[in-house]
Ligand binder design. Structure first.
Ligand code: CP
Length: 304
């Protein structure tokens, strides 16, 4: 049976709502036994990662695939090999999945245009553009807790401008029926242009929290900043950090999300990160199930 699912996971915008719902259902089902036996996945990361790289590795292994991890800084990229040549080289070894994180916006989509049949590319983050598997994890985590995302009021706060996770989440939560997505950040950390959807901009974090069903905190992504003047850490935390006092204003029903890595005492207070309303480690745990669902769904499309 062939399926209409796209051959690659490049961004949320290239998925339909039924395809997202199919991934949610696959992630919720008991993991199938060994559907990827004989398949090979490579992680090719040109930026650091803990969650994404390890959870794709564990997801693939639990489904029966072989996994290779390529340290880009010790690969032939350092000898001038272009990214498409690295992909074609790995594909010639019989690869089925290539999970790529790269600092350039659009780099994984450009690879997908040159990918040989049978190779599935997964965008694990391209600059500040997209990180679709993380957004699917975030939305599924909240969906599991609430049963629906319809009518949701979500506050996204912090360094939105440099966040691929925020961009992917705005598209996904809009698709899944969010009533309002509040972008709360100082002016220099707001995205340009503003994303489309039920988006409202706040430059007062407390106002952005009032009545929110969930708040997603983002770290300052200094590796993608240039020319942004930031206040000292204490000053930033006072204005934009999620403290217990601030969260109390949102209410006990408000869940706290963070795609990680977290910077305690800067965008989030330790007692909030570790508190009862925090879903941060649940997001990490759900990451393996969602990435298993992504791998199986991509692989099934070529089954006959
Ligand atoms: N959320 C996320 O992408 O984390 P890593 O950078 O650790 O993969």
């Amino acid at each position: 049976m062939t399926s209409s699912f796209p051959p690659h996971l490049l961004d949320i915008a290239s998925l339909s709502q039924p395809e997202v719902e199919r991934l949610f259902a696959a992630a919720a089902a008991p993991p199938p036994a060994g559907p990827l036996r004989g398949a090979t996945l490579a992680n090719l990361f040109y930026e650091s990662s803990t969650r994404t790289r390890v959870s794709f590795e564990l997801a693939a292994r639990r489904l029966g695939a072989e996994v290779v991890n390529i340290n880009a800084s010790a690969s032939s990229a350092t000898k001038g090999e272009a990214l498409p040549d690295t992909m074609l080289t790995l594909a010639a070894m019989g690869l089925d999945f290539l999970v790529v994180r790269h600092p350039l916006v659009g780099s994984v989509a450009q690879l997908a245009a040159k990918a040989p049949p049978g190779l599935h590319l997964i965008n694990a983050g391209d600059g500040a553009h997209a990180h679709p598997s993380q957004a699917l994890i975030d939305a599924w985590t909240l969906y599991r807790r609430r049963g629906s995302l319809d009518g949701l009021v979500l506050t996204i706060a912090g360094d939105i401008r440099h966040s691929r996770v925020a961009r992917s989440n705005v598209v996904l939560f809009t698709m899944l029926g969010a009533r309002e997505i509040r972008l709360a950040a100082p002016l220099e950390l707001l995205p340009e242009p503003l994303p489309t959807g039920p988006v409202r901009v706040f430059n007062d974090f407390d106002a952005a929290l009032a009545g929110a069903d969930a708040v997603m905190m983002l770290r300052l992504q200094k590796e993608r900043m240039s020319g942004v003047k930031l206040p000292a850490a204490e000053e930033y935390h006072a204005a934009w950090g999620l403290t217990a006092e601030r969260l109390a204003r949102a209410g006990a029903q408000c869940f706290v999300l963070h795609p990680g890595p977290i910077n305690r005492g800067i965008e989030i207070a330790p007692e909030v990160a570790d508190g009862e309303q925090s879903l941060i480690l649940e997001q990490v745990a759900n990451g393996i199930r969602m990435r298993m669902a992504i791998l199986v769904t991509l692989y099934e499309r070529q089954a006959t």
